[in-house]
Design a protein around this ligand. Structure first.
Ligand code: PAF
Length: 283
């Protein structure tokens, strides 16, 4: 496995692979890697001849500078995880390499998918994600890129954005990896106290209850939301940021539950913000 902070070296290596007809997969990350990332790497390794990982904590997507400053870093451990999962090339750029002259003043948007959920509770977040990805998609001309569906809205936005801008790259969503008890894996889980970690299990429990209600024939989103909210409200440590039942393709509100449905939740547990979601299909 090669690692480099030089974008020219990264692009040249990828182009030389592609000139030999090799397929290249790309997994962008912000580091502090865990089993959820390793799952994305393995998926890419299984579907491509070469896998490229980027590790870059992107300042443009943090609306809270303190959150950015506190973002955990573990480069040595990350490289080990990349290697074990079979990655071939890791791009570790410096901030000035990605944003020479600072973060540019442009606003990238996919308006129809940026009307709710994290787009409203974290203003500027997705604009920052799209900015860094448009830079990476030029440096890393891969055939496929892989995104965890834990960040479901991000996955939909990036897929639409890549298509709209004509990046010749397939954007693939990968199912969320969970702990045995159901907690969605996230770099942020490391910041939870043991008690908070226990309470965090209520997120997936609420989602599963919502899913079961829908599968049993409930058609009213308000009923499903009430049941899920009761589960989350049973913890005095949890502060709900949002709890939504939406059309899973358009992220529009639903009045009757049918088609592919997204159940999405974001909460604060102490200082830590956690998100989770699941999709359920009904006719
Ligand atoms: O999902 C993430 O970790 C980040 O938003 C991404 C896609 C690596 C862009 O910085």
């Amino acid at each position: 496995m090669i690692h480099s902070s030089d974008p020219k070296e990264i692009t040249e290596t990828i182009l030389s692979w592609k000139s030999k007809g090799l397929k290249v997969g790309f997994v962008p990350t912000m580091g502090f890697l865990h089993e959820g990332h390793a799952d994305l790497f393995r998926r890419s390794v299984s579907e491509n001849d070469k896998t490229v990982v980027s590790i870059f904590v992107n300042p443009a997507q943090f609306n809270d500078p303190e959150d950015y400053a506190k973002y955990p870093v573990n480069t040595e451990g990350d490289l080990q995880i990349c290697k074990e999962a079979g990655a071939d090339l890791v791009y570790l750029p410096a901030k000035d390499t990605v944003y020479p002259g600072g973060i540019p003043s442009v606003e990238l948007k996919v308006p129809h998918l940026m009307k709710n959920l994290d787009a409203t509770t974290r203003p500027g977040h997705f604009e920052g994600v799209l900015l860094v990805l448009s830079r990476f998609f030029h440096t890393i001309p891969a055939d496929r890129s892989y995104f965890g569906k834990k960040d479901y809205q991000q996955f939909l936005i990036v897929k639409d954005f890549a298509k709209a801008l004509g990046f010749p790259m397939e954007v693939i969503g990968v199912d969320t990896v969970r702990s045995e008890q159901g907690l969605a894996l996230s770099s942020r889980n490391a910041r939870l106290s043991p008690k908070e970690k226990e309470e965090a299990l209520l997120l997936s429990r609420a989602l599963r209850l919502g899913e079961n209600l829908i599968k049993q024939g409930e058609k009213d989103p308000a009923e499903v939301l009430t049941v899920m909210k009761d589960v989350l409200d049973s913890s005095s440590l949890i502060k709900i940021d949002y709890l939504e039942v939406l059309n899973a393709e358009t992220l529009e509100e639903l009045h009757i539950l049918k088609g592919e449905i997204l159940l999405a939740v974001a909460v604060f547990l102490g200082q830590v913000r956690l998100i989770d979601n699941l999709t359920v299909k009904v006719s």
